[in-house]
Design a protein around this ligand. Structure first.
Ligand code: NAD
Length: 313
């Protein structure tokens, strides 16, 4: 039975990844300091093969058993969290990634970094291929997330090149699904919460900025395929179906059967105008592409919140 360590395993993506790994017959050691999550996300994982350890990855990671794969997801991924705890974000990206890579080196394990499309910043190239180096403001408020991930990527490649660690880098684009936190500041849970409460749906700017939303099951399948591949260079994982934020808000209001109005608010500093992954590499290397359309994924997310999507919507 392979053993996987998942840092940030009690979070949104981490909890789905732990679940998928258990289904594939892995033993799973989930490390999380619960700084922005709760045990509720993993409460259903009552399996002898599942272990939860409350640990802050800013501190060294010691595990007294063989490990085959280290999935490093621990981060402050949502804007409300990294803007509130900028130093924790940078420390998790730097010390935390050192410790996760150190564990992979010690155990001779495969290492998978959960990186992000934010390494591309506000891109001048569209869609974004992995060869694009990005356009990131290092000193803006978002720099504490974007640069932590860019540093984590540099560190990962250094452990690979200098120390021979078997590493992989997943550049994850916006992902959504059940277990996202209603108040984490990301577009889909915010719009869903506002639409379900009949409150105004708040769109930043004029809503013409685009994003590409990937359903969590598709994303997790991609991460597992990447772990099982021998690839070392970054691979984009995301859904290339691009939507404007205004289109997204209207779709969510319709599916929720809500009468919420849309209101426009100031754009956050350094908000990217466009975002769409070029997934040619993922298709070629992993045979991966998303299968769940946005409307279908939103219906599943609504169902997880106890709401049927509006009939005929
Ligand atoms: P999340 O906030 O739900 O999960 C992150 C988890 O990491 C939380 O449970 C948190 O408690 C934990 N954590 C944070 N700092 C820690 C530390 N120092 N030690 C131990 N645990 C710590 O976020 P998510 O959406 O599940 O994101 C998971 C990973 O995927 C992150 O690395 C994120 O940057 C990346 N990612 C996510 C998306 C997305 O759309 N969800 C997009 C791009 C990249």
């Amino acid at each position: 039975m392979p053993t996987s360590v998942v840092t940030g395993g009690a979070g949104f993506l981490g909890s789905h990844l732990c679940e998928a790994l258990l289904e594939r017959g892995h033993r799973v050691i989930c490390l999380d300091n619960l700084v922005v999550s709760t045990l509720e996300n993993i409460d259903h994982l009552r399996d002898d093969a599942f272990v939860f350890v409350n640990h802050d990855v800013i501190e060294p990671i010691v595990i007294d058993e063989p490990v085959d794969v280290v999935f490093h997801l621990a981060a402050l991924a949502s804007p409300v969290d990294y803007l509130r705890m900028p130093l924790h974000s940078l420390k998790t990206g730097s010390y935390g990634t050192h410790h996760a890579l150190g564990l992979a080196k010690w155990k001779r394990a495969r290492f998978v970094l959960a990186s992000t499309s934010e390494v591309y910043g506000d891109p001048e190239v569209h869609p974004q291929p992995e060869t694009y180096w990005g356009n990131v403001n290092p000193i803006g408020p978002r720099g504490v997330y974007d640069e932590a991930k860019r540093y984590a990527e540099a560190l990962t490649m250094a452990y690979h090149r200098q120390q021979g660690v078997d590493t992989a880098i997943a550049r994850i684009f916006n992902t959504y699904g059940p277990r996202m936190r209603a108040h984490d500041g990301r577009a889909i849970p915010t719009f869903l919460r506002q639409a379900l409460e009949g409150k105004p749906v708040t769109v930043f700017g004029d809503g013409s900025q685009t994003r590409s939303f990937c359903y969590v099951d598709d994303l997790v399948r991609g991460i597992v395929l990447l772990a099982e591949s021998g690839e070392h260079l970054p691979v984009n994982l995301g859904n290339p179906d691009e939507k404007t934020l205004l289109e997204l808000a209207r779709l969510i209001i319709r599916l929720a059967g809500s009468s919420s109005e849309i209101v426009f608010e100031a754009l956050p500093v350094d908000d990217p105008q466009v975002r769409r992954p070029d997934i040619t590499r993922a298709r070629q290397l992993l045979g991966w592409e998303p299968e769940v359309a946005l409307e279908d994924g939103l219906r599943r997310t609504l169902a997880s919140l106890g709401h049927e999507a509006a009939v005929g919507a």
